[in-house]
Design a binder for this molecule. Structure first.
Ligand code: NAD
Ligand code: MG
Length: 394
């Protein structure tokens, strides 16, 4: 029986995780469910999964949840505040932590899981982008293992040879190729891009996801963050990481070997597949995802990404090449810009402009060598990004 803490339980990945867990009550026990502020949704999940703990970052929402839980006579104990999430990730009774908070807010509780030596199912790519080396060092020192949930990285993980757990890029791998759908604006006239609305940007053609990652997919910043994620997870130089646009989202990524073999992992675009793969690894379990029907799909297409259309992808490549604090700055500026776009304060095309402006303003800077330094760089970049928002013309 594996005991689980789910960070970001009310989100898209959190809910998909609970779908898979519900199919296997003999294998998984939910120990803690954590989220930001949606008390009513977390309450419904508590009714269904009866966790020992539930935690909300927002104290008022946590009080509401506690009242509902008391009224229902449930045994779940309710905690409040961000420190509670770190505590529940590191708790001695927990084997596995699903890290599915969106954005930099996921870093602190995910690092806590790393230091405590947990099996980490990593969906929160932003924490690896912000703190790659510091995060991986915490995993090594704490004895934690990381299993990628991001569909591309989960695919690469499955296409690399097994070496008893960790899958670093071995000799003989020529290239790792991450696929990208191209998002909703792959074919949109360039002149219209500045006027697209949050609703249009969040209407992803293949995947149903949270709003932040949906916008990142539309700008292709998501693929840029994923290049940085792959660099850390698989220890492969940036020059051997490529992106391929594949509008059907059936091939989830590819590994090319020196002998010319290319291994790809395929499946329907449904996050329950990588979630079930990581939960059960090295075994396989049913995820509830429909079998892949290649006859019905009939065509798989591939094309090179359009650098002109997707400047954020290039910004991420530059941040990866620059190294140091640049990926952390990129991530922070992008988060502020995306939130402003979703709040209709800036235009879609301003997201790249704000992020580029902040990267230039910060210049080259060493990476933080500890978590406090990383939080300081992150905070500084966010403040700069807020100042840049004022220059945009919404
Ligand atoms: P979402 O917006 O649907 O859910 C986010 C979750 O994080 C919610 O439970 C919310 O309560 C919680 N949260 C938000 N801010 C928080 C804070 N400050 N403190 C604590 N909790 C907070 O997001 P999602 O689509 O599920 O994505 C989650 C993560 O998984 C992201 O890092 C994303 O890049 C990654 N990911 C998602 C998908 C997908 O299909 N949704 C695919 C690959 C990777
Ligand atoms: Mg992905």
């Amino acid at each position: 029986m594996q005991t689980l803490t789910i960070l970001g339980a009310t989100g898209s990945i959190g809910r998909s995780t609970l779908h898979v867990v519900a199919r296997h009550p003999d294998r998984y026990r939910v120990f803690a469910l954590c989220a930001q502020r949606r008390a009513a949704e977390l309450y419904e999940q508590c009714l269904r999964f009866a966790p020992r703990y539930a935690a909300l970052v927002d104290p008022r929402a946590a009080r509401e949840l506690a009242d509902r839980i008391a009224a229902a006579g449930l045994d779940t104990e309710v905690l409040a505040g961000p420190l509670a999430l770190a505590e529940l990730s590191a708790h001695e009774e927990v084997d596995t932590v699903m890290a599915a908070i969106v954005g930099g807010a996921g870093l602190a509780p995910t690092i806590a899981a790393a230091r405590a030596g947990k099996r980490i199912l990593l969906a929160n790519k932003e924490s690896l982008v912000m703190a790659g080396e510091v995060f991986l060092r915490a995993c090594r020192e704490g004895g934690a293992t990381v299993l990628p949930i991001d569909s591309e990285h989960n695919a690469v993980f499955q296409c690399l040879p097994s070496d008893g757990g960790a899958r670093r890029c071995p000799e003989g791998v020529r290239r790792i190729v991450l696929t990208a759908s191209g998002g909703p604006f792959r074919r949109a006239p360039l002149a219209q891009m500045r006027d697209v609305t949050p609703e249009q940007a969040c209407a992803h053609p293949n995947w149903s996801m949270g709003r932040k990652i949906s916008v990142d997919s539309a700008t292709m910043m998501n693929k840029g963050l994923e290049l940085i994620e792959a660099f850390h997870l698989f220890g492969v130089p940036a020059a051997r990481l490529d992106v391929l646009v594949h509008p059907q989202s059936i091939v989830h990524s590819l590994v090319e070997y020196d002998d010319g073999s290319v291994l790809a992992q395929m499946g329907n675009p449904d996050m329950r597949t990588p979630i079930a793969q990581a939960l059960a690894h090295p075994q396989r379990i049913d995820s509830g995802v429909a079998p892949l029907d290649l006859v019905a799909i009939a065509r798989l297409e591939f094309e090179a990404p359009d650098a002109h259309r997707f400047p954020c992808l290039q910004l991420a490549r530059e941040a990866l090449a620059a190294g140091g604090a640049a990926p952390c700055v990129l991530n922070a500026a992008n988060e502020i810009a995306v939130a402003a776009f979703l709040g209709r304060a800036i235009r879609f095309t301003d997201i790249a402009a704000v992020t580029e402006g902040v990267l230039q303003a910060v210049g080259s800077r060493a990476a933080g060598s500890g978590i406090e330094e990383i939080f300081a760089i992150d905070e500084e970049a966010r403040a700069l990004a807020r100042a840049h928002l004022a220059r945009c013309t919404a």
